[in-house]
Every structure is written in structure tokens, then in C-alpha cells.
Design a protein around this ligand. Structure first.
Ligand SMILES: *[C@@H]1O[C@H](CO)[C@@H](O)[C@H](O)[C@H]1NC(C)=O
Length: 130
């Protein structure tokens, strides 16, 4: 299973990130929190009605750019459908296609961005989208 529109989505994300970094820290903050999305470019319907949600406490996030690197890491994983990283309260919400990942996988991804981060999945549940 591959994610739809991956290449154009990534190009757009890269563009958005470059613009945000050079113009407004607020913009990138909104992007990190999922308040600005590019979902309008995803014309196909999602393949599943259910998503698995991981709420992660991540100690050690020290800037919006750091939060963004963690979000980019989440979004690069094939079964991640959405992710939000909050710099203000050092946490993240990762939505994935159910049955593919365990809490330790999510924590490992954060460690791979930088070993200084201390990630811990504090909640984990299945959510119906509709
Ligand atoms: C962090 O803040 C956001 C809103 O800014 C909220 O949605 C999220 O649930 C918070 N995370 C935790 C772990 O409380």
C-alpha cells in the first residue's frame, strides 16, 4: 500500500516549510499543529475508516524547527496518515493505519531524529473517523 499523491505532497510540504522558515514562525507553528493542511490536494478517499492514535509526550523539543523535524520523520512513514507536533506542550499526536506500529516504533522514530529527545507514548487507541 502506498500513500496517494506522495511526491506532489512532499514537494508542497517542502515549499511550505521553506516559505514558513523564511517568513513567519507562526506559520510553521500552525503547520506543525496540523492547522494548515494540504489535504485539499488529496483527491482520493482514505482507504480506511479507522485510525490508530498515538499520543506521545516528547521531552526536549526546544524550537518549532525541532518540532518540524520530528513531524517530517513521522510523515515519512508509510502507514502514518497524519501527525501533529506541539512545541508548546512537548507532545505529538500521530494517526496511523491500524495494526502496523507499536508504541516502541513511534518512540524509536523520535530517537532517530535526535537521541536527546525523550519520547513516551502516553495514550494509544483506535478512533473511528466518522
Ligand atoms: C498539547 O496542546 C494541544 C493544543 O495546543 C492539544 O491538542 C494536545 O492535546 C496537548 N497535548 C497534551 C499531551 O496534552
Amino acid at each position: 500500500m502506498t500513500k496517494y499523491g506522495l511526491n506532489s505532497k512532499q514537494t508542497l510540504v517542502t515549499l511550505l516549510i521553506s516559505l514558513s522558515l523564511s517568513t513567519s514562525p507562526e506559520l510553521i507553528s500552525l503547520y506543525n499543529q496540523g492547522k494548515i493542511t494540504i489535504s485539499s490536494f488529496n483527491l482520493e478517499k482514505p482507504l480506511t475508516e479507522e485510525v490508530e492514535i498515538f499520543i506521545v509526550q516528547i521531552n526536549g523539543i526546544s524550537c518549532e524547527g525541532c518540532a518540524n523535524r520530528i513531524k517530517t520523520q513521522f510523515d515519512s512513514k508509510p502507514f502514518v496518515v497524519d501527525s501533529k507536533v506541539y512545541f508548546n506542550n512537548q507532545s505529538a499526536i500521530v494517526s496511523v493505519i491500524p495494526g502496523n506500529y507499536k508504541p516502541v516504533d513511534i518512540e524509536t522514530w523520535v530517537k532517530m531524529v535526535d537521541f536527546k529527545y525523550e519520547p513516551k507514548v502516553i495514550q494509544h487507541y483506535i478512533e473511528n473517523k466518522h
